[in-house]
Design a protein around this ligand. Structure first.
Ligand code: SF4
Length: 349
């Protein structure tokens, strides 16, 4: 039996080529992609295509879908957290965040994660499999479909790859996803409105800087020295902090883009005055931004975010030292919006 091509992972020009090879006019690609963006789950729903054409498409392409298992809406700020199930029964999570400048989605790139960061629920049951580019995109499709039921004008404006998984550990599919999300026939998200967060896979960061995609690179830093970082994030034993900082500086020189560093503040662990000095040493004098985020307490660790005043004082000390540091607003505090928690609960049931 000939294996069908996964439709959702195809870039517009690739779809056109396959249609042409099968004797179908190239302009049909635009119609098909517009249905995919609208959330069509089967060719049968593409009612402006003739029945014989729909049947032909069905014989060439595979159209994978996800089902929403659960969605939690924050009563505080409207943040919506989704748990989806994939055709093979695995779960992924996505979050929709509402800002003054529009809607942003935080997407998963893998089922589980190999990286083992101590403060993260996504990695607790290990790695299961990679998501295809189409499956990453499908999270946007499902969220759009859900929200358009109430608001037909709903549009996603920003994409953040900071959900379950390490995006650069699924390099080819993630790069393909970025191009899909940017395609005007689909969501048309500008690259400048896309952020990719990594725990620091150095070879892949080097590769990414050659892609000429003007996205924002975020580095999950979380520690100001190598010993502490190795303790919190095992990846640091493979790619130590000094080497990571070197490649980050190189990234800003090659791309001209500022790097954003994420720092989950853990009371008594990485928020002392000694840490302030170390952070100034690491980040002072070059183009970057430091995002301070209160750590999300998970059931598996006793890490606590500490109080707001202490965090503000920590931020102030950093700013005094010339660091461009801000405290990120916590959204969805009442629905456990940290990545991996819903999936983890499902696994433990
Ligand atoms: S923080 Fe990111 S890289 Fe680290 S374990 Fe969690 S999902 Fe993986």
């Amino acid at each position: 039996m000939i294996e069908k091509t996964e439709l959702r992972s195809l870039l517009p020009h690739e779809l056109k080529e396959i249609l042409k090879e099968n004797g179908i006019e190239a302009y049909r690609a635009g119609q098909i992609l517009s249905w995919l963006e609208k959330g069509a789950a089967s060719f049968q729903e593409m009612t402006n295509l003739s029945k014989p054409l729909r049947e032909k498409l069905d014989s060439i392409f595979r159209l994978d879908n996800m089902a929403e298992v659960e969605s939690l809406v924050s009563k505080i700020d409207g943040t919506t957290k989704y748990l989806f199930t994939l055709p093979d029964g695995e779960y992924v999570e996505s979050v929709l965040l509402s800002y003054k400048h529009g809607y942003s989605v935080c997407l998963s790139t893998q089922v589980g994660c190999k990286m083992g960061c101590r403060f993260c629920a996504s990695t607790k049951a290990g790695f299961c499999r990679q998501l295809s580019a189409g499956e990453i995109l499908l999270q946007m499709v499902e969220i759009t479909r859900d929200k358009r039921r109430l608001d037909p004008e709903f549009r996603i404006g920003h994409v953040v790859l900071m959900g379950i998984g390490e995006p650069l550990d699924n390099y080819d599919n993630v790069i393909r996803f970025l191009k899909l999300a940017n395609a005007k026939e689909l969501f048309g998200i500008g690259y400048r409105n896309i952020s990719l967060s990594t725990c620091g896979l150095i070879p892949q960061i080097r590769k990414l800087m050659q892609e000429e995609l003007p996205i924002t690179l975020s580095i999950s830093l979380h520690a100001s020295n190598s010993a502490l970082r190795s303790d919190l994030m095992p990846i640091n034993r493979r790619y130590p902090l000094w080497e990571l900082m070197e490649v980050c500086r190189e990234y800003t020189l090659v791309t001209g883009r500022r790097i954003s560093f994420e720092y989950a503040v853990i009371a008594g662990v990485n928020d002392t005055s000694e840490r302030v000095k170390e952070l100034i040493g690491l980040l002072g004098g070059w183009m970057n931004h430091l995002n301070l985020i209160p750590v999300n307490p998970t059931k598996e660790t006793d890490f606590q975010p500490g109080d707001r005043k202490k965090m503000e004082a920590f931020a102030k000390e950093l700013q005094k030292g010339g660091i461009n540091a801000t405290i990120r607003r916590t959204l969805g505090a009442d629905i456990e919006a940290a990545c991996g928690q819903l999936r983890r609960e499902k696994q433990l049931q």
